[in-house]
Design a protein around this ligand. Structure first.
Ligand SMILES: [Fe+2]
Length: 174
């Protein structure tokens, strides 16, 4: 077993576990709203993101456990990032899917910042195992954000075109 984490660094890692669960919670909420608004493909895409964030939480927690720590889960904060921008009000219509991906961009930006902070803390503490462990998470964020921004570009180009949005939603479910 690798030595225990420095206590401040452990708290940072535990924060990140809880942050990933909060991100999952945000994705879950958006998925439910998209489902209610009859975007089944997009709802599935957001449910997959929810599952992915929960896997990240588990994986980060495993590292702490492998280093002899006990990880504590906290109360999950409400999906506040949604604010009033996405509701299940059908009058939102075709703009709902664009709002959903704008939320995804925010979620991933917050996650990117938090993971980068954790990476830097591991580096500054000289904890090479944690630094190496977190590195793939940081670089994966580049792909995540690029994928979401590409989808937003397509949505802006579609400019509410119903046929195009139908196809876009269908593809997201695949
Ligand atoms: Fe994540």
């Amino acid at each position: 077993m690798t030595a225990k984490l420095d206590s401040k660094l452990f708290t940072d890692l535990e924060d990140q576990v809880n942050q990933e669960i909060h991100a999952a919670h945000n994705y879950h909420q958006v998925a439910l709203h998209l489902d209610a608004l009859s975007f089944p493909g997009a709802a599935q895409w957001f449910k997959r993101q929810h599952a992915e964030e929960m896997e990240h939480a588990d994986s980060l927690a495993s590292h702490a456990i492998d280093r002899g720590h006990m990880v504590k889960l906290r109360t999950i904060r409400e999906p506040t990032i949604l604010s009033a921008s996405l509701t299940d009000d059908p009058s939102l219509g075709s703009s709902a899917i664009q709002i959903a991906f704008e939320i995804a961009e925010q979620v991933e930006q917050v996650n990117t910042d938090a993971l980068t902070k954790l990476f830097r803390a591991a580096r500054n503490t000289g904890d090479h195992p944690l630094e190496a462990f977190v590195a793939p998470f940081v670089s994966q964020q580049v792909d995540e954000l690029a994928d979401i921004r590409e989808k937003l570009d397509i949505l802006r180009r579609l400019d509410g075109d119903e046929g195009g949005l139908y196809q876009f939603d269908l593809n997201l479910g695949k």
